[in-house]
Design a protein around this ligand. Structure first.
Ligand code: SF4
Ligand code: SF4
Length: 96
C-alpha cells in the first residue's frame, strides 16, 4: 500500500538557508550533513531541498561546506552574528 506524506514548512521570521536554483543540482548532500535535520529533499528530482524547520538552524554552515556546487547554497547569518571587518591600512569594510 502506497502512503502519502505531507510536509508543511514551519512559518518563521528567520531565513537561514537560501538556494540558487540555477546552480543547485539537488544532490541532497546538504541534507545528509545537517545535524538537526531541518532540510528535506525536494519531491522534484534535481531541485533544491526544502527548509522545513528554519527556526531550528544552528548556523554552523556544515551544509555549505559539504555542497559540491559553489554558490548553490547560502547561509544567512543572523544580523547579530555577522562579523564586520575593516582593513586598518586602507579602511575598506566588509561583512561575513
Ligand atoms: S545545495 Fe549543494 S549539496 Fe544541497 S542539494 Fe544543492 S547542490 Fe546538493
Ligand atoms: S547551518 Fe547547520 S543546522 Fe543550519 S541547515 Fe546548515 S547544517 Fe543544518
Amino acid at each position: 500500500m502506497k502512503k502519502k506524506v505531507y510536509a508543511i514548512p514551519e512559518p518563521g521570521i528567520s531565513n537561514p538557508i537560501t538556494f540558487n536554483q540555477n546552480i543547485c543540482v539537488g544532490c541532497n548532500k546538504c541534507i545528509e550533513v545537517c545535524q538537526v535535520d531541518i532540510l528535506i529533499p525536494n519531491p522534484e528530482e534535481g531541485k533544491p531541498p526544502i527548509v522545513l524547520y528554519p527556526g531550528e538552524c544552528w548556523y554552523g554552515g556544515c551544509c555549505v561546506a559539504e555542497c559540491p556546487k559553489s554558490g548553490a547554497i547560502k547561509l544567512n547569518l543572523l544580523l547579530m552574528n555577522r562579523v564586520h571587518w575593516k582593513r586598518r591600512n586602507i579602511g575598506e569594510q566588509s561583512r561575513t
